[in-house]
Design a protein around this ligand. Structure first.
Ligand SMILES: [Zn+2]
Length: 346
């Protein structure tokens, strides 16, 4: 049986939606916001199912769809006559939701539902609507047919017109903690704690991306990112600059590199915090199989150095939204690491 609470880390949105179902005070427009891959769409599907279900289940954890009635089954198989999903075209990945798509949806709203009390429209990646599309949708939001429920799903709601935002009841999804991502990966993919922790680190804790990867891919990605901290990279200027160019090609790549470095330095902090590094239980480390490499770093830096690097990385991460010179920023950081790595150890 589908349940609102099967979606990890999203109790608050689940409670809001279940209370809407209980009171049957259903808003004409809802906006699900929160980062990519944290369960907005899955929760929307459960909500739609529950809204149209012929036999909802009242349990201790609130109202849930039965998953078995004709309506629930039709939603699962994607052919419920009163339920529509609107998505941006899949190719190219940057494609927008155009005004024609919104108009087609609006035409579908004209007729009252036959089998149910509601007619439900879900707009996935709503922030990809063009301004014309948004303006067209606004007309519906201003005067929606009373039987219409629209659910806008957006990971970047700031790209929506303020007039759209103000007409939707917002349901915000919380970011998942690192350990929540880990436990979901272990549970759904059957990965070991080590693999799950690595995948969470490599994908900056983005569950959707982590779930789309295989363990081999995660390892390969880590192998690439490890170039950032390798002796061979840092000890030669030309390789160092080459790596800086490679990992600053776009904001997303740089964000990944910074996330990797911060996870790596955090491992270093663990090593520096224990009395006997050689005896450390490796399961405390994200990059446990890099023990030798980490040890080498740990003899060249103290806790203050590492903390300083972590603070610098955080500053760069925060400045990424501005238009910084990515290559120069990464070069500078790698040069500072180089200075630490190559210093004469007394
Ligand atoms: Zn049902």
């Amino acid at each position: 049986m589908p349940s609102f609470h099967e979606i990890v880390g999203q109790r608050r949105p689940a409670q809001i939606l279940q209370s809407i179902l209980r009171t049957q005070e259903v808003p004409n427009a809802l906006l699900f916001s929160g980062s990519e891959g944290i369960g907005k769409r899955s929760m929307a599907m459960i909500f739609v199912q529950a809204l149209l279900c012929q036999n909802v289940v009242h349990a201790a954890n609130g109202i849930n769809p039965c998953g078995l009635c004709r309506s629930c089954k039709k939603i699962n198989s994607g052919n419920h006559p009163e339920f529509f999903i609107l998505e941006p075209p899949s190719d190219p990945p940057t494609a927008n939701i155009k005004i024609d798509q919104i108009r087609a949806m609006q035409e579908g709203m004209v007729f009252e539902p036959l089998e149910t009390a509601w007619k439900v429209f879900v707009i996935v990646s709503a922030e990809k609507m063009t301004v014309e599309a948004q303006n067209s949708l606004l007309k519906t939001l201003e005067e929606p047919p009373q039987y219409v429920v629209m659910i806008l799903i957006a990971s970047k709601p700031s790209l929506l017109l303020p007039t759209i935002l103000s007409r939707c009841q917002q349901v915000s999804f919380s970011p998942l903690s690192f350990s929540q991502v880990e436990s979901i990966l272990m549970e759904r993919r059957g990965w070991t704690a080590g693999d799950a922790r690595l995948a969470a680190a490599i994908t900056s804790g983005k569950l959707g991306e982590a779930l789309s990867l295989e363990v081999d891919q995660v390892r390969a990605m880590e192998e690439e990112l490890n170039l950032l901290v390798k002796d061979e990279t840092l000890s030669h200027y030309d390789t160092l600059f080459g790596v800086a160019v490679k990992f600053s090609s776009d904001a997303a790549t740089l964000a990944k590199a910074l996330y990797y470095l911060s996870a790596y330095f955090r491992d270093l902090l663990v090593l520096l915090a224990v009395e006997d590094r050689l005896q450390l239980d490796r399961s405390y480390l994200v990059f446990s199989w890099r023990m030798e490499e980490l040890l080498r770093w740990s003899y060249r830096m103290d806790v203050r150095d590492v903390t300083k690097f972590l603070a610098d990385i955080t500053t760069i991460q925060q400045s990424l939204v501005r238009n910084i010179n990515r290559q120069l920023t990464l070069e500078t950081l790698l040069m500072q690491m180089r200075d630490k790595l190559l210093q004469v150890v007394s």
